[in-house]
Design a protein around this ligand. Structure first.
Ligand code: ATP
Ligand code: MG
Length: 428
C-alpha cells in the first residue's frame, strides 16, 4: 500500500521554513499591538449561510471555491474561505459594539478555498487580517493601509505597489453597473465565457478578467471614478490626501474591484513585482454594508487581509534565516550520568539557554560529532567519572577549550556562560 500524502493544495510547513512564518507573525503582532488592535479568534468552520450572505452568492468564492459539506447532524457547514464574515458574525453575536465606539480587531489563521493550486495559491492557505468596525472616517481607511504598509516594509519587502480605487456606495455602483452593461453588451460575444456569464450576474467582476481580448474591450469602458456621487468623490479625495500626507505612494486603478460583494468606497490591493502571476499580497477595503447584511446594526467598517504564503515566498527570496540557535548540546553516557544530564538540561533551560540533549547513549565520539554539527556554542559532557564526582565538563566548540565545573557551582556561573554565548553569537 502506498504511503499517505498531504492533500493537493495543502502543504506541510517544515522546521526549515517555520522561521519565516514566525518572523511575519511576530512583526504583525508587534505592529498591530502598538496600533491598539486586539486579536480575535473565530471558528474555522461556520454555517454555510454566513458566507453566502456575507460574501455574496455571485462571487467566485461562494460560487466555486467553498469547502461545503453536511455534518453528521445534516447541517450545511463551510470551512471559512476568508476571515471577515466570521469576525463580523462574532462582533454582532457578542455585541462588541457596546464595548466602545470603534472596535479594532485582527485575526490570523488558515482559510480554505477549492482553487487550482499553483505557486502562491493553495486550498488551505493562511491570512492575517484586520477589521476596524464602527468608524466611517477616511482616517480609518488610511490607518489600516498605513498598518499594512508598515508590516510589509518592516519585513523588508521591496517592489511593492499599492493599487487604490473607490467603488462608491451602492447607488454609485448601480449607476456604474448600468453604464458598464450598456457599454459591454454590444461586445458580448467577444468576451471570454466567464465574463459573458458575469455580464448580468456580477458585471463589475469583468474588470478583473485576465483574458486579453476582454481587457482590450475594457480599455474604452466607462470608469467607476466618473460615476461616483459628490459625497463618495469627496470621501475618496480625503483618503488620497491622507495617504499622500503619510508619504504612502499609490497607483490609482479604476479597474480594481474586489472579489467579494460587500465592499463600498475604498478598495485597495498591494502587489509585488517579485511574485509572478499570484502577485497580490494584501487586499482590502471598506465594507459599510456587511454588518447590517448579517443582521447587525448598520456599522461602517474597513479592513484587509494579507496572504502569508506569498509573503513567505518573498522573504525566502530576500534572506536566509537560521533554522535554530542552540546554545548548548548535552552529551552523556552511563545510567547515573544520563539521569544527571536530564536535570542539568532543565537547570540550563530555566536559566534561559536553548539546550539540546543527546538521547542516543552511543559512544562519546559519535555524540561529539552530533554536538559539532548542531551548531551549538558549547557542549556539556557527563560520563561515569563526572557523575561520580558530581561535576560536568564544558567544551566550547569553537576554541576547543575545556573546563570542569562542579554541578552545584553551575547556578553561580550562569552570567558568565551567557556572556560567552553572546560573544560566540556576535563573532559568528
Ligand atoms: P486572488 O486574486 O489572488 O485570488 P483574492 O482576491 O481571491 O486573491 P482575497 O480574498 O482578497 O484574495 O484574499 C486576500 C489575500 O489572501 C490575497 O491577496 C492573497 O495574498 C491571499 N490569498 C487568497 N487566496 C489565496 C490562495 N488560494 N492561496 C494563497 N493565498 C491566497
Ligand atoms: Mg481568489
Amino acid at each position: 500500500m502506498g504511503s499517505i500524502q498531504a492533500l493537493r493544495g495543502t502543504r506541510d510547513i517544515l522546521p526549515d521554513e517555520i522561521r519565516y512564518w514566525q518572523q511575519i507573525e511576530s512583526v504583525a503582532r508587534d505592529i498591530l499591538g502598538k496600533s491598539a488592535y486586539q486579536e480575535i479568534r473565530t471558528p474555522v468552520f461556520e454555517q454555510t449561510t454566513l458566507f453566502e450572505r456575507g460574501i455574496g452568492e455571485a462571487t467566485d468564492v461562494v460560487g466555486k471555491e467553498m469547502y461545503t459539506f453536511k455534518d453528521r447532524g445534516d447541517r450545511s457547514i463551510t470551512l471559512r474561505p476568508e476571515g471577515t464574515a466570521g469576525v463580523v458574525r462574532a462582533f454582532i453575536e457578542h455585541n462588541l459594539a457596546a464595548q466602545g465606539a470603534v472596535q479594532r480587531l485582527w485575526y490570523g489563521g488558515p482559510m480554505f478555498r477549492y482553487e487550482r493550486p499553483q505557486a502562491g495559491r493553495q486550498r488551505q492557505f493562511h491570512q492575517i487580517g484586520v477589521e476596524v468596525l464602527g468608524s466611517p472616517s477616511p482616517r480609518a481607511d488610511a490607518e489600516v493601509i498605513a498598518i499594512a504598509t508598515d508590516i510589509l516594509q518592516t519585513l523588508g519587502l521591496k517592489n511593492l505597489n499599492l493599487n487604490l480605487n473607490s467603488i462608491g456606495d451602492p447607488d454609485d455602483r448601480q449607476r456604474y453597473r448600468d453604464a458598464l452593461i450598456a457599454y459591454l453588451t454590444p461586445y458580448k460575444s467577444d468576451l471570454d465565457a466567464d465574463s459573458q456569464d458575469r455580464l448580468t450576474r456580477n458585471p463589475l467582476r469583468i474588470l478583473d478578467s485576465k483574458d486579453e481580448r476582454t481587457q482590450d474591450i475594457l480599455k474604452q469602458a466607462p470608469s467607476i471614478l466618473d460615476h461616483l456621487g459628490s459625497d463618495s468623490q469627496a470621501r475618496f479625495e480625503q483618503v488620497k490626501h491622507l495617504l499622500a500626507s503619510l508619504g504612502i505612494a499609490y497607483t490609482l486603478n479604476s479597474r480594481l474591484v474586489r472579489g467579494l460583494d460587500y465592499y463600498t468606497h475604498t478598495v485597495f490591493e498591494v502587489q509585488s513585482s517579485d511574485l509572478g502571476a499570484q502577485a497580490t499580497v494584501c487586499a482590502g477595503g471598506r465594507y459599510d454594508g456587511l454588518v447590517a447584511e448579517l443582521g447587525g446594526a448598520t456599522t461602517p467598517a474597513v479592513g484587509w487581509a494579507i496572504g502569508l504564503e506569498r509573503l513567505v515566498i518573498l522573504l525566502q527570496q530576500l534572506q536566509t534565516l537560521p533554522t535554530s540557535a542552540i546554545d548548548f548540546y548535552l552529551i552523556s553516557k552511563g545510567d547515573q550520568a544520563e539521569a544527571q544530564a536530564l536535570g542539568l538540561a532543565q537547570t540550563l533551560r530555566q536559566s534561559g539557554f536553548t539546550v539540546e540533549m543527546d538521547l542516543s547513549g552511543s559512544a562519546f565520539k559519535k555524540q561529539f560529532g552530533r554536538a559539532d554539527r548542531s551548531g551549538a556554542a558549547g557542549c556539556f559532557i557527563l560520563g561515569d567519572a563526572e557523575a561520580a564526582s558530581q561535576t560536568v565538563k564544558l567544551k566550547w566548540l569553537a576554541s576547543g577549550e575545556e573546563t570542569a565545573i562542579a554541578q552545584t557551582d553551575l547556578p553561580s556561573q550562569i552570567d558568565d556562560l551567557r556572556q560567552q554565548i553572546n560573544a560566540f553569537r556576535t563573532h559568528r
